[in-house]
Design a protein around this ligand. Sequence first.
Ligand code: SF4
Ligand code: SF4
Length: 459
Amino acid sequence: HAKEKASQEIRHQFAMPDGVSPIKINEKYERFNEGHVAFYHPSSVMIPNFKGETKFWVFSMMDQKQNLINTAQHAPGVKAPSVAEARSARAWESAAWTLNEMLGYGKPNRKMHLWDNFKAAKDWPHIYNKAPDEKDPAILTNQIKYVTRLAGADLVGIARLNRNWIFKEAFTTVSDKPEDDNNFITKPINFKDIEKPTETEDEYIIPNSFANVIVSAFAMNRDMMQCLATSMAHAAAALCYSRMVAHDMWICQFIRNQGYYAIPSCNGVGQSVAFAVEAGLGQASRMGTIITPEYGPMVRLSKIFTNMPLIPDKPIDFGVTEFCETCKKCARDCPSKAISEGPQSYEARDIHNANGRYQWHNDHKKCLQYWVESGGDCGICVAVCPFTKGNIWIHDGVEWLIDKTRFLDPVMLGMDDALGYGKTRNVEEVWKGKINTYGLDTSHFKDTETTGKDRVKKS
Ligand code: SF4
Ligand code: SF4
């Protein structure tokens, strides 16, 4: 309750005026093509594996994962006590991805990310395909905020659907049959006067009536993330992706059962950080992630687009931009030097950035190359960010956040490491640590050994 109260106070204190988007664009901006993301674009996807054999980056990364297990390492240069222990952490990393992999990777209208009602809803004819009964935006907003939390979201916000952030073209598969997984295509996403979300041979169509987006944030386990660039850190992100899929399925079906339409998206369909900023979850950072007051950048984001009438939240400004201008810790610690140390700009550095959007433009190609080299999705920038202390900021009191000048104090930046917030952990320490449901709220990382032994004895 104390945390929820502090969270609400921060949002109230730092709310921006109605109708103001904190994200600036100029006349050169056009909706970003998802096919230009470094993961997908032909100019960046072929990367040599550790033996120098050039392959699609996922396969080169898989080769490195296997190599690291064989040589008893959690990450390059991070020794595991044995091959068995290196394998255990990789086993959990792979398992944590399971739901996301099985259910569609966020690809629009594929597998469980369907744009229309699930077949299962036909078992509920008294609510299926029936016109809405509840139309009061205040009641519906309250219900949505309640059920998203029940479905595992740690934070939720609502924004008016800003079409600038919807991808001009989605990177998708021809169909959702497993054998077609490699038949990747890009397909335009357009808005039209139609009743429900639709996919044709040539395009995805979002109805013009879709005015709102619900953005949910899922907290990653900080202790796992602090095992820098190891399989344990990758598992923290992977688990969130799987949680997101389950959440999106539940919430979309709730919306449809109320007589409205909903599009799930997880990471797909549009630029998650931009939507989350406009929904008041936090601010965009130098490293490109959102920074929330509660969890810093230690979150993953999913969006649900809908025609359900809802009341939007206000964006917040709690000083992240000014802090990032001074800090640059992520840029200094990034092993591939992918993060800009310069100022924000409207100019994209290459095809992988959104030209005309005012932000720090980072080198996503270099980042991806390091993922292949290190055998996973890195995350060092997230782990070292001073905001990763998350709830501790709230424990320190709202006054800390109100006093923005302290943000800009280089001495305070140095203190961040001295106070142990920039701490790194090893994988074995995490296996023995305290654990709660989904690994959340483990900020008091004490008496790990006792807790670990107790857990083994009880089981
Ligand atoms: Fe901003 Fe510093 Fe965090 Fe980078 S490490 S995102 S510069 S606060
Ligand atoms: Fe750099 Fe790693 Fe962050 Fe990529 S994930 S930007 S390589 S620190």
